[in-house]
Design a protein around this ligand. Structure first.
Ligand code: SAH
Length: 456
């Protein structure tokens, strides 16, 4: 098979990069055959080694750069740089924004066949470093010590580091402190291979606008050796901590959180503000990780909803009610739907916390609950969706098309499924007026978008 391809495994060839893949690798073509090469940037000339050939594309490794892109930044070779999950950190922030905006445009045209769609310039951050308010750090053991940090790519080997260029300093400090305390108290790390040991992950969450810290210790075992000393030391060394939570995950699995959660010390939740709205956040609930850009995103969603106080609004995939409570301030009534029951409890508590009485929340799958509401004769003037990466379920899209809300606001963390779903909604009678990309995750390949659709 490979005899007919223009390149062979182990070939060294000179290429010019033309494009980037959605996960940030350089794309070069040899007689039309695409090679994907991590770290290559459009416009750059380089020598590459072919390391794998498939029928439709090959993979290569960068050997020597002859000509550099003006968007390339030289980064030092630290663990945080090599393993910290920042796939675009070798690209200047300006270059990253350009890449993400292009990607949104290309995907909407290619997958969504939305030719004349208005895509605005992406909204980036002024300071795109140390923005994440949450970390979930894998724990392991090396030379008899508990270590924690990042996984090496495509492996289960943990690199022991406290550095992260994108996490808030409070998060890095919290992880480091817990790691040190576990070592001092000889609390064993979990061992994936033997399924023995105790601590699997350390999770930290920080309310940037309240200064409240939550620490979650995820263990295989029901008991934690030296538990009361552990709690005492965390409280002593991390003065911002307001909640220490224990989560038990006794299964052999890659899933981080298990089913049993209990509070070891302090509150069950921490609080944070987005704009003027206060939120209680529990260990298991989804909460946006970039507090600065979340405000930008929600303001845009609210603007696209275009409310005048008379509307009935549905917020599907509502999490802890964040967007719902923003909307409730401008709508007659908001109904939020979310699959995680704990998040719905948080959402109800959040409405109360802010004295918001025109928001109701239901636990369940959006694609089940909303069709049921519709069958019972309930509908909405505006419908907001903010699904996970896999996009909206077809049953939900079908119900939207039948229910005919005047406006749909689609918040998406995956341009590919957004494009697919916008196509379905367009075929069902909606017109996508505009799409606003927002950079919620600088230095990573992820991009968020808010879209406004109206009934034609
Ligand atoms: N709008 C919220 C949450 C967005 S994340 C915010 O901005 O904070 C997507 C949410 O969808 C998560 O809370 C997840 O638990 C929830 N979810 C996933 N699948 C779902 C489904 N089928 N029905 C309802 N909610 C779902």
């Amino acid at each position: 098979m490979s005899a007919t391809l223009p390149v062979q495994k182990n070939d060294y060839i000179d290429v010019v990069f033309e494009d980037l893949t959605h996960d940030g690798a350089g794309v070069a073509k040899v007689d039309g055959y695409p090679l994907f090469i991590p770290n290559g940037l459009p416009g750059e000339k380089a020598k590459v080694k072919v390391i794998k050939v498939n029928k439709g594309y090959g993979i290569g490794r960068l050997v020597e750069l002859y000509e550099k892109s003006p968007y390339r930044v030289d980064i030092p070779s630290t663990d945080a740089n090599k393993y910290g999950g920042c796939q675009l950190e070798h690209i200047s922030y300006e270059g990253q924004l350009k890449f993400k905006e292009n990607q949104v445009r290309q995907v909407l045209t290619r997958i969504g066949k939305l030719e004349d769609i208005k895509v605005h310039s992406i909204l980036g951050m002024k300071n795109p470093w140390h923005y994440r308010n949450k970390a979930q750090v894998p724990v392991g053991e090396k030379d008899g010590r508990l270590i924690a940090g990042f996984f090496k790519p495509r492996s289960h080997e943990i690199v022991d580091t406290n550095e992260s260029l994108i996490q808030l300093p409070e998060i890095n400090e919290a992880v480091q402190a817990v790691k040190e305390i576990c070592n001092e108290l000889r609390i064993p790390a979990y061992d994936e291979e033997t399924h023995k040991g105790v601590v699997r992950h350390i999770m930290a969450r920080y309310g940037k606008h309240t200064g409240e810290l939550m620490v979650v210790i995820i263990t295989r075992t029901v008991d934690i050796p030296n538990k009361s000393k552990l709690v005492e030391e965390i409280v002593a060394r991390l003065p911002k901590v307001k909640s220490i939570v224990h989560n038990i995950n006794s299964k052999r699995t890659n899933v981080i959180l298990g089913e049993k959660t209990s509070v070891l010390w302090g509150n069950e939740v921490i609080y944070d503000y987005i704009g003027d709205v206060k939120f209680a956040i529990s260990a298991l609930s989804f909460y946006q990780v970039n507090p600065v850009q979340t405000k930008v995103l929600y303001d845009k969603a609210l603007e696209y909803a275009g409310l005048n106080g008379e509307e009935s609004v549905i917020d599907a995939y509502c999490g802890i009610g964040t967007i719902s409570l923003f909307l409730a301030q401008k709508a007659k009534k908001v109904f939020g739907v979310e699959v995680v029951p704990e998040a719905i409890e948080d959402a109800k508590r959040n409405a109360e916390l802010n004295g918001i009485t025109n928001a109701e929340f239901a636990a369940g799958e959006a694609e089940v609950v909303i069709p049921k509401w519709y069958k019972e004769g309930n509908s909405a003037d505006v419908l907001v969706v903010d699904p996970p990466r896999k996009g909206c379920d077809e049953a939900l899209l079908k119900t939207i098309i039948e229910m005919k809300p005047k406006k749909v606001v689609y918040v998406s963390c995956n341009p590919a499924t957004l494009a697919r779903d916008l196509r379905i909604l367009e075929d069902g009678g909606y017109k996508t007026l505009e799409v606003q990309p927002v950079d919620m995750f600088p230095h990573t390949t992820h991009v968020e978008c808010v879209s406004q659709l109206v009934l034609e």
